[in-house]
Design a protein around this ligand. Sequence first.
Ligand SMILES: Cc1cc2nc3c(=O)[nH]c(=O)nc-3n(C[C@H](O)[C@H](O)[C@H](O)COP(=O)(O)OP(=O)(O)OC[C@H]3O[C@@H](n4cnc5c(N)ncnc54)[C@H](O)[C@@H]3O)c2cc1C
Length: 501
Amino acid sequence: MFISSGINITPFDGTSVKVAVIGAGPAGLTAAYQLSQLGHQVMVFEADSQYVGGISRTVVQDGFRFDIGGHRFFSKSAFIEDFWTEILGDEMLTRPRCSRIYYRGRFFRYPLAFPEALWKLGLWEATRSVGSYAWARLFPRPQPDNFEDWVRNRFGQRLYEIFFKTYTEKVWGMSCREISADWAVQRIQNFSLGVALRQALQSRNPSQKKVKTLIEQFRYPRLGPGQMWETVAAKIKAQGQTICMGQHICQLEHRPGPSWILRNSRGESFGPFDQVISSAPLSELLPHLHPRLSPLALQAAQALRYRDFVVVGVMAKNGQNLPEQWIYLHDPSFKAGRVQNFRAWSPDMVPGPDYNGFGLEYFCSKGDTLWEQSDAEWQKLARQEIVRLGLVRESEILQLRVIRQSRAYPVYDQHYTSHLAQLRQEMNAHFPGFHFVGRNGMHRYNNQDHAMMTGWLTALNIAAGHPQYDVWEVNEDAEYHENAATSGLRQVPFLKAREDE
Ligand SMILES: Cc1cc2nc3c(=O)[nH]c(=O)nc-3n(C[C@H](O)[C@H](O)[C@H](O)COP(=O)(O)OP(=O)(O)OC[C@H]3O[C@@H](n4cnc5c(N)ncnc54)[C@H](O)[C@@H]3O)c2cc1C
């Protein structure tokens, strides 16, 4: 069992709680694993009939393995890092990071090294970029509450257009002016062109301590993220707990007692359970709650928006050993937003040294022309784009596999925080024993580690019999994405004990 400093784990007092967990992704499985370790009964319900791991699953075909977007394993929490080590031991590889941006036929280092970027842009474009940065510093947009204004103030209009706008709009399918500045704050934090140039100057001066800002390596399971979650699921089952696959929970009934009954898409019932932990999308589950939510809360649940995602796996016979794990396609002439090179994540993601497996990533929304394409149309598009990028020749492609992931990204629009506040308030007041966890389960842009942390803390709260930790205080922490922890401390920085403790 994992014990981290600053965490209270209530010892099992012989009173077992019966808990239903909706979703066998990182959040649900971490909660189930921890509850099981603490002596409670859990039953996990997973909609997918084949894979556990949710968005962190690994799809396998003919010896090629594909992530739903490459999944780096990196956390500033000792608990999470230790958890991964305990589960997979030596199967967790440490990989040097290598990623690039592709823009107008050129490759730029990513995370962006601005001096190099300005150099590669050429004299005219670099002068325009620096000039527009100076202009933005002199005349910043007041109260920047959307992505465009926020980034423009820090990098200038021109660099915003080249390095932020195209990719961000591909990801979200909306204008950067409609995207909340929260997203920029989370991704970029206090970074700006000025900071980047200052850091570049410091790093040239040997007397200055090098400011380590960018993650240079990360961990990754030898067989992809699915290996982690398949192993956790096997351990949960080995402890005598149940994981029910192919069970899409469509209805939740809260009865006095309190107790909970779950119903699947075929109308079969499960329960009663003392508590429910849900990582299912809020907009999908909460409208099917009995008794019904108030009209205001129902409206809030249904107003939450998502972005969907398609990865087209390209299986190729090609012995080329490219160092890049992924390449962002900022070039607007490509529909794909990013391409993954899975062999550079782990050599065992492909059947052997003569093979390469790529994943072209497309961001779309259910109902739009991209999402609605047939598999054959997806394959044609991906084939054209990967050949145009020069990563493989047409003749080297063996087959392509289309993998659709709905609700891959919870959208941070200008209203999501008030919708969430409404839902939390009503659920807390009228539905004791319901616990929000994970990414779509909390409508938070959580990575695996934060999704896991919410599951873990929820398990501790249930074991304690009262809320000890506020899972909403587990933040997405922008530093996670691109900046390394400089302190070296690996405790649990995301926790805040509740005020009433
Ligand atoms: C393109 C992309 C790249 C990413 N890269 C990284 C990365 O590099 N590193 C990282 O740490 N994280 C990354 N993430 C984030 C990571 O995938 C998520 O944080 C993580 O999977 C969230 O875990 P979760 O359990 O909350 O949700 P999910 O992974 O969404 O799992 C939820 C599970 O619940 C099931 N479910 C949903 N509704 C129901 C229902 N009604 N009944 C039964 N089952 C249901 C789903 O089928 C799913 O299996 C990435 C995400 C994306 C989209």
